[in-house]
Design a binder for this molecule. Structure first.
Ligand SMILES: *Cc1c(COP(=O)(O)O)cnc(C)c1O
Length: 382
């Protein structure tokens, strides 16, 4: 890929210097308000919501910030659920904004128990907002979002879900589950580009933002500006300058998902994950998530055996054509991640990954049955 990119660069500078070249990413007209609104409709179908959907023209990290700035003010009582890096990030951001945070934290090998959420909410009726990360992409674990949302709904607090790593890989029902704010991104299981985000906002959540004196206004981070200037203004004129390429990419990614069928996309990720997990176990390794029902579907996170050096294994895998993602922070050296999201969620891709992983384990001195693992994975995949 880098070679191809630099070759294109050389062409642009060399042969075509000074000429206006055609390029598939350039010279597109900006989206019309109708086209922009149509992408919102597609996004709402993928989120399965009747609520407003804001298309944030920036990566999910910025959408998360915009949502928190809109909802959180000093002293707000928030219950933050954490089972990994993103959960901890939320707790930190919430505190930075002055919220009074109650934290339910479990290991990144587990999922948060819905009963513990119900208990915490019962103990403290003043909790106004519950924050949940559906799937943790770095540790490969998933939380029982449907049950947790049910508990939040029964209590009445606002329910915020980060579904960036789960959308398209796990069932997610924003309206049915009563999620007030759901943040999703096209760049993981939806196989899109990372420069835009989808944010659904319920009427209750809009009201909470309007009631929040610290919610930003006159800012790129203001969801309320967007509500006033676009949604409630009849979607007549797109505020600011639309991100042409990102909106084209989002439109294409949503269309491709809806063409395949959202249920089919989710099933493909479920099957790929099932096959990958079965294959990894058949290679004799343990998964980082402690059980199948807390394992995420877009990635498989493997516990690196104590006898194996994670960096060496990773290097060996890359020689066999497999990019393993290393653990960060406290998980450095302890885990390696196999991605199977988007186009990578296919039987061919998963089997190829397992073979490469098996070869790398052999290179690291382990005695593994690759053919056996492929057979076991194949049963789940095909
Ligand atoms: C990937 C991810 C994000 C943020 O995505 P960026 O690509 O960094 O914008 C947020 N939350 C979760 C759970 C993720 O997996």
């Amino acid at each position: 890929m880098p070679a191809a990119r630099s070759r294109r660069g050389a062409d642009a500078i060399g042969q075509d210097a000074g000429m206006l070249r055609r390029h598939p990413l350039l010279d597109h007209a900006p989206p019309t308000p109708e086209a922009f609104a149509a992408v919102e409709v597609a996004a709402a179908r993928i989120l399965r919501t009747d609520d407003d959907v804001v298309l944030v023209q920036a990566e999910a990290a910025l959408a998360l910030e915009a949502v928190l700035l809109g909802l959180v003010r000093p002293g707000l009582r928030v219950l933050c659920l954490s089972s990994g890096t993103y959960g901890r990030w939320f707790a930190n951001e919430l505190r930075k904004l002055g919220a009074e945070v109650s934290l339910i934290e479990v290991s990144s090998r587990e999922g948060v128990d819905a009963a513990s959420v119900a208990e915490a909410l019962e103990r403290d009726p003043s909790i106004a907002l519950v924050v949940l990360v559906h799937a943790e992409s770095l540790s490969g674990n998933v939380n029982p979002a449907a049950e947790i949302c049910r508990a939040v709904r029964a209590h009445g607090a606002l329910c915020l879900v980060d579904a960036v790593a789960s959308i398209g890989a796990h069932p997610l029902e924003v309206s049915k589950w009563g999620i007030d704010v759901c943040i999703a991104g096209p760049q993981k299981a939806l196989a899109g580009s990372s420069g835009s985000s989808l944010v659904s906002v319920s009427d209750r959540a809009w009201q909470a933002m309007r009631d929040n004196p610290t919610a930003p206004r006159g800012s790129f981070l203001s969801l309320l500006d967007w509500k006033d200037q676009w949604i409630d203004a009849g979607r007549a004129r797109i505020p600011g300058t639309p991100s042409i390429v990102e909106m084209l990419a989002l439109e294409a990614a949503c269309a491709r998902v809806l063409d395949e069928g959202l249920d089919q996309v989710i099933a493909r990720h479920e099957r790929s994950a099932l096959g990958c997990r079965a294959g990894v176990r058949a290679l004799g390794l343990e998964l980082w998530p402690r059980s199948e029902h807390v394992a995420a579907n877009a990635v498989t996170v493997v516990a690196v055996p104590p006898s194996v050096d994670a960096d060496a294994l990773s290097q060996a895998a890359s020689l066999h054509g497999l990019a393993l993602v290393p653990g960060r922070g406290e998980l450095e050296g302890k885990i390696l991640r196999i991605d199977h999201m988007g186009a990578g969620a296919s039987p061919e891709a998963v089997l190829a990954a397992l073979i490469a992983f098996g070869e790398a384990l052999r290179d690291s001195g382990l005695c593994v049955d690759i053919a056996g693992a492929v057979g076991v994975a194949g049963e789940a995949l095909l």
